[in-house]
Design a protein around this ligand. Structure first.
Ligand code: GCO
Ligand code: MG
Length: 409
């Protein structure tokens, strides 16, 4: 019987984004697996959870026993299912699936029932400082073969999510009042978004699927109004219209509009997502797989969603590691109720650190069909890219209203 000999977090930031992956090693020479444990705003808390608690808990176990290892590690902390412990658990859980695939000589999607499709359709992120720039960017993606494009536009004078301005930190004001460059107000944004889609639909046509991320920034009543106004522009989905704290409002939104809703990148536990699916209040489940505990949990969630007509749209930004993207892809290929996959183009350096990173071609993500996740990590190279210095230690700079009130990022 093979047994687990080591569980090690690997921290690296080749593109400047803090990534954490976990390597699980076994007593079989050369047999190891990789998992994503990236919680980019609090990575060192995850590292501690892995090194201090999870590694000693699983060393010596048979790597074949994924479900039992998952379940026993999950309850061993008694208090459970928050983002730190879930990410740590995901690192181990995914790595065990990678190992099982390697042992079987199969890509992980084969272990989950085999391919339902050749590749996973991607949506690209288009943004612009104005309507013309945004339109040009959408058209450019369409020319490259993308059939799904997320559209975000700057609200002039405001720090808008999805535009370059939102990440800049001004350092000449005290940290507790620090604005992320400019303030934010919901009303100008709510007026701008319908105009943006009116313009785009008249210029780019009805064929292309358009998406938008509200990023939980507006009060519930304005969210309801916005979703209703956007109905006429036939979005593929409207994302994070509400914050997880306002989950109950989905019931009200649903009664008033058929705008398709995507939700869940901030969810960490079943109590948050089960009711929305069971009551058919959302259309796309968008969890960040490492944040809900890993692939074991995500494949159960995907199967649960299938019974309620909810499609998958796993979170896939730059702060999901290439290992996490490779894991997303396994489910994208194997789940009948796949909806869409978010695209992130990793830089050259990240692709060197992670050989086998899935390929982007023809507006889709393709597996290399290698055993496990088909991805590796060059640890020596990874070590050359330590976490960068950051004035807020990696945290999201506060976004504030004109009067200084802090709001969600
Ligand atoms: C998305 C997301 C991300 C998050 C980020 C937080 O839909 O891709 O909203 O961009 O903001 O992952 O760290
Ligand atoms: Mg989002």
């Amino acid at each position: 019987m093979a047994h687990i000999t080591a569980v090690r977090p690997i921290c690296t930031a080749p593109d400047g984004i803090r990534l954490v992956v976990v390597k699980v090693e076994t007593s079989d020479p050369g047999l190891y697996g990789l998992g994503c444990a990236t919680f980019t705003q609090r990575p060192l808390a995850v590292v501690t959870a892995i090194e201090q608690y999870l590694a000693p808990f699983v060393i010596g176990r048979d790597p074949d026993d994924i479900e039992d290892i998952y379940q026993s590690a999950y309850v061993s902390s008694y208090w459970r299912s928050g983002p730190v412990l879930n990410n740590a658990l995901s690192g181990v859980d995914m790595a065990l699936w990678d190992i099982k695939g390697k042992r079987a000589g199969m890509p992980v999607y084969q272990l989950m029932g085999g391919k339902c499709r050749s590749s996973a359709a991607l949506y690209a992120h288009a943004s612009g400082a104005d309507l013309q720039e945004l339109e040009d960017n959408v058209l450019r993606f369409m020319e490259q073969g993308y059939r799904y494009v997320r559209c975000q536009m700057v609200v002039p004078g405001y720090s808008t999510y999805g535009s370059a301005a939102h990440t800049q930190v001004s350092t000449n004001i005290p940290p507790h009042l620090r604005l992320s460059q400019q303030p934010w107000e919901p009303t100008p944004y709510c007026r701008m978004v319908p105009r943006m889609f009116e313009h785009l639909r008249s210029r780019v046509g009805e064929e292309v699927e358009l998406l938008h991320d509200v990023h939980e920034r507006i009060p519930p009543i304005q969210a309801i109004g916005l979703a209703k106004e956007l109905e006429q522009y036939h979005l593929f989905f409207l994302e994070d219209l509400l914050a997880p704290e306002d989950n109950d409002y989905f019931r009200i939104v649903r009664q008033q509009t058929s705008t398709p809703l995507a939700m869940g990148e901030l969810f960490v536990n079943q109590a948050e997502y089960v009711p929305l699916i069971r009551d058919r209040l959302i259309d796309f489940i968008r969890v960040h797989i490492s944040d809900i505990g890993g692939l074991s949990m995500a494949r159960k969630l995907a199967a649960f969603c299938e019974f309620f007509g909810v499609r998958t749209a796993w979170h896939g930004p730059g702060d999901v590691s290439p290992v996490g993207h490779a894991a997303n892809l396994q489910l994208d290929l194997a789940c009948h109720n796949f909806g869409i996959q978010e695209r992130h183009v990793f830089g050259e350096r990240t692709r060197e650190v992670f050989p086998g990173c899935p390929d982007i071609r023809d507006g889709a993500l393709w597996s290399n069909d290698q055993p496990g996740f088909g991805i590796d990590v060059d640890e020596k190279l990874a070590a050359k890219y330590p976490f960068p210095e950051h004035p807020l230690n990696g945290a999201w700079p506060a976004v504030r209203r004109i009067d200084g009130t802090v709001i969600r990022p």
